[in-house]
Design a binder for this molecule. Sequence first.
Ligand code: ZN
Length: 220
Amino acid sequence: MGTPKEEEKKPEQSNTVAFLLIIIMIGLFLLLIGEYDKQPEDANVYIQAGHEGRVFGKTGSVSQYGREMDWNVTVANEATRVLRNAGVSVIRAAADHKRKSNVQLAISIHFDGSKRVCRAGASVGFSRSSNRSAVRAWKRLYSPIFPFRWMRDNFSKNLSRYYNYYYTNASDAELVLELGEISCPEQARWLKPRLRKLGRLVAYFAAQRIGASGVAKPRF
Ligand SMILES: [Zn+2]
């Protein structure tokens, strides 16, 4: 009596196996699509708004003057708009874009926050000595405009070992630009009404680096 019962079960088992196989095949298909989607992207410039899109973890600094994430987005969007208007191709990335890209110049926008207010200022992060010419060019451009202190280059590991360097392959440079300290009242009051103008400055800088014309230097 035992044997027929087992045989009765067999069609059910093969249905289950077939079902599982279909699920596995759909999974593999989705994985393949996912991988295809992660092929490197090419563009002239890569612009990342730091912390953008995150709801937990490193979501950026906050002060009574605003959220760093929002400021980063404002600057990055304006820089992207101006560059695209000038015919420059831009990958506009959020914090966790996690896709490799081949570009000439990669820029990540940030504002610093400090528990001891006004101990920070503007700074630059980069990973390779080949980036130094772009670092100097940015500081030559922004130093006469930004009327507050500068931190030394790569003063923190967040700058020298920025996680997103892994994703950007840039022929000129990949830089983290800290544009000022959002938690310092003097700096924040100066920065806040100038965010879009800072975006235009970043666009001008990028255009200069890659030799694109048609981007004017904003007046401060
Ligand atoms: Zn930041």
